[in-house]
Design a binder for this molecule. Structure first.
Ligand code: PEP
Ligand code: MN
Length: 345
């Protein structure tokens, strides 16, 4: 249930509305917009059925949330959610680019990538220390050592770090080293993991499962939010279809659908969606045109030598060119992009 308050509602009135709802055993969540404040009621809505909410001073209207997800639903928040990441906010006017290798492979390559993508306009560094691989014989990441390297590179480059957590037992260690916890496509419906990342105070980057509907994705976000962590970033990364020419099929329509269904920021991952380097720029342009709040892009100093996902990784010069080519699309979408600096020596 969403309670919309009237313009100019006082703090006392807000407190009274919340107290009334909470006295019935529900929780409340206050979301302040520019002109209105919205109170989300979480819990058994049956209990509110016979309460004359409209007669409480300050209440303008009351709306049941008909969708299966509540906290993630657009009406739950008075304005789009903005999630601070380092110096910027995801979900604000800037198209935030997060870039870096698929996997952390060593100190030198991570440092070179971080400094290179930062100069090119990336706002955060991505890199997997724990890698979910389809084959158990593939490289599965540097694990704890990879986390240490990410944390050290974070200090050196000043870029916040996004890295994947695959297992509930890793949540504490990953949260101790990273700024954003990534839950990968293969784990989007790992409800124990979603619950655990919902308990930490770190934004969660939730990737759409390969065969997950948009509703499945929003319900997965709901699991995280239900634990109290409202900072969820959704990511469209392509879905499995009958098409084999691309690694996945980039569902560009998921972006405007998500933007109309939820207040959460939406990223697109053109690297995993396409699977090939030449597809990264066109899919990124489409994503920006469709309203994406940011992009997740794989970059490796030497993609031919990459231990995972080399075919879809841009090299550092390629990433600079990618960012330059992206700029007019960002402007056309009415958004901004971080400026580019000279490449590090
Ligand atoms: C990744 O970001 O490197 C990754 C494994 O992505 P996904 O979970 O989307 O396959
Ligand atoms: Mn990858």
């Amino acid at each position: 249930m969403i309670i919309v308050t009237r313009i100019g509602v006082t703090e006392d009135e807000l407190d009274q509305i919340r107290e009334r709802v909470e006295s019935l055993g529900l929780r409340t969540h206050v979301s302040r917009g520019e002109s209105r404040t919205v109170i989300g009621c979480i819990g058994d809505e049956e209990r509110l059925q016979h309460v004359p909410l409209l007669s409480i001073p300050g209440v303008e209207s009351v709306h049941p949330v008909m969708r299966p997800y509540k906290l993630a639903a657009k009406e739950f928040s008075a304005q789009p959610t903005r999630i601070p990441i380092g110096e910027v906010q995801l979900g604000g006017p800037e198209v935030v680019v997060v870039a870096g290798p698929c996997s952390v492979e060593g100190e030198a390559m991570l440092r070179e990538t971080a400094l290179g993508v930062k100069a090119a306009g990336a706002r955060a560094l991505r890199g997997g220390a724990f890698k979910p691989r389809t084959s158990p014989y593939s490289f599965r990441g540097m694990e704890e050592e990879g986390l240490e390297l990410l944390a050290a590179t974070r200090v050196e480059s000043g870029l916040p770090v996004v890295t994947e957590v695959m297992d509930t037992r890793q949540v504490e260690a990953v949260a101790g080293h990273a700024d954003v916890l990534q839950v990968g496509a293969r784990n989007m419906q790992n409800y124990a993991l979603l619950t655990e990342v919902g308990r930490v105070h770190r934004p969660v980057l939730l990737k759409r499962g390969m065969s997950a509907t948009i509703q499945d994705l929003l319900l997965a976000a709901e699991y995280v939010m239900k634990q109290g962590n409202m900072d969820v970033i959704l990511c469209e990364r392509g879905i499995r279809t009958f098409e084999t020419a691309t690694r996945n099929t980039f569902d560009v329509s998921a972006i405007p659908v998500l933007k109309s269904e939820t207040h959460l920021p939406v990223l697109a991952d053109p690297s995993h969606a396409g699977g090939y380097r030449f597809l990264v720029a066109p899919l990124a342009h489409a994503a920006v045109a469709a309203g994406a709040d940011g992009l997740l892009v794989e970059v490796h100093p030497d993609p031919e030598l990459a231990m995972s996902d080399g075919d879809q990784s841009l090299d550092l010069e390629g990433f600079r060119a990618f960012m330059r080519a992206l700029a007019p699309f960002v402007t056309a979408a009415g958004r901004t992009l971080a400026p580019q600096e000279p490449a590090p020596a």
